[in-house]
Design a protein around this ligand. Sequence first.
Ligand code: Z16
Length: 714
Amino acid sequence: PQRIYYLSLEFYMGRTLQNTMVNLGLQSACDEAIYQLGLDLEELEEIEEDAGLGNGGLGRLAACFLDSMATLGLAAYGYGIRYEFGIFNQKIVNGWQVEEADDWLRYGNPWEKARPEYMLPVHFYGRVEHTPDGVKWLDTQVVLAMPYDTPVPGYRNNTVNTMRLWSAKAPNDFKLHDFNVGDYIEAVLDRNLAENISRVLYPNDNFFEGKELRLKQEYFVVAATLQDIIRRFKSSKFGCRDPVRTSFETFPDKVAIQLNDTHPALAIPELIRILVDVEKVDWDKAWEITKKTCAYTNHTVLPEGDCKRINMAHLCVIGSHAINGVARIHSEILKQSVFKDFYELEPEKFQNKTNGITPRRWLLLCNPGLADIIVEKIGEGFLTDLSQLKQLLPLVTDEGFIRDVAKVKQHRHLKYTYKIDKNYFRDLNPLSAFQEEAKMAHRARCSRCLCIYLICTLHEGIRKDPTKSFVPRTVMIGGKAAPGYHMAKMIIKLVTSIGSVVNHDPIVGDRLRVIFLENYRVSLAEKVIPSADLSQQISTAGTEASGTGNMKFMLNGALTIGTMDGANVEMAEEAGEENLFIFGLRVEEVEALDQKGYNAREYYDRLPELRQAVDQIGSGFFSPKEPDCFRDIVNMLMNHDRFKVFADYEAYMECQAKVDQLYRDPKEWTKKVIQNIACSGKFSSDRTITEYARDIWGAEPSDLKIPPPNIPRD
Ligand code: Z16
């Protein structure tokens, strides 16, 4: 068959135990067996480390895609790096983020199998010589790539794919420094320098890191993976008429390489190099083969950092036969601005593939209570064909179902008010509206400052008139900040500082709580998302490529308060705009404001509640020991806010008033919840992958139906 190779510097897998049981249909059997042993399965699951080999959306998308590709029976491989340290663990100390190394392999990793028999050399540095038999690459430094395989089971379909992650090993004769020749001890210590390549994940979301080590990581994974791909291609040709000289003519029919962002962009020149210098294919042919084989997914429009990042994107565009964005609005922006010139040259290459999430992990596994009541009504088909959730639409007015859905949500409030975490979850108000926003902190996401103003305003409101009826709220905000990202870290400090004032204000009581979700990661997302009533997705229009958390919340029965950005646009289209809380400037309006000139002071002068919140923050109301603490944030927002946060303030506050109003009517609220769940089918990664297979890879999902083994069904 054709093989699909998903190349990614990140695979944010999270835990594997429960996912394996779910996909193999063994969960109840295991639950029962463990119970018989006097143990608690949920407790055992908590012991597993997250495989945190990703920052956020991009890495988690790769993980959801692996699940969908296996479930759809595609012959697909994930290829990446086996980082010894994944995304750092976030501790909050005095309200500040502190990073700790993620030593996830300390107690071993039972899900991986080293495959030393497939170890491959990767060459660095050296020089090139043109000889009569072609180009020679000499005097290189060799680092070995040791593959570790992790099985990727499809959902109850008797298919298991492979994720292959490379680990760097120094060869036995490795000496980095010539002056260590003859110095045995120093020469052994040098080995670290080779093995550092797979030491640690760069903790940057949406940011280009112009470091040599990062570039080496990128080449390392690409060079090892391409050798593996070509080896497999050649071995599949054994027995054909001309085994001596492999024809690469059919290579693009047998191999599809998907580049997850520009990170593996070097696959393009490396494939051309191998074809031309090693396999003696001529240059034009090598280009044609490469272009037909590779496709590139873009995940951001933010021109952050160095212009080299842009060059990598250009390389990907010219070296691929398909370029796609990750939500409709984002793909349009790519054509109209980021890649305008390229689009005019080759318009047929540009596509959209709206992101998705796997409904196995993000519904069945994390929210079995909700999955159960849906199965009761429409059967299990939706788990592999999420569009079937549409069958819930007639139940929007069904009293019994409304009650069941509300009950499941209430149960999740209770479960996590008591269970999640020693620090904050004990004294939360389970009757309050849970508003949640969790994602990597980023300046583009300073929009969460909007929410901070809301909190300030609500807080002021209670203080001014403590007897007034008030919809109680629990506001949860989470996400890590890149360690070198000052502004992102300040925003975390601001959230925790506001929390420490509001949460201890006796007038407020439990009517308003501000929780910072420490160390937000896949396994914490699985716990908190099912508890959300309101999902906050409020990026300045045109800045969030897609978002995928937004989809997880929607599928789990939260209503969205959001701007017309990323996938929110399509969520509103699917569910009806009136069933989400949509507010704020549209992309065209943001652009117009750009033309006109955005002036934060205008809003500050005109809007007294905004002014009060900004002044409180700026004057140390939330940081009495350090009144100047948030000066940088206020200065940024007032004087150089590329993301124009104040421009959406008024609309946001009006929209939040509508949220309050609806929340007072639990039945009407739950009706909208059901409407949203019923319309979330589009956001399955099965749908996304089906489109990649059809429009980019030209691959057929396999309809081979192998009967599942005889195991008692769940
Ligand atoms: C990342 O997580 C994303 C973009 C990017 O360039 C780099 C990283 Cl590490 C995110 C986008 O910000 C988000 O909007 C999108 O949903 C996600 O990638 C998956 O496409």
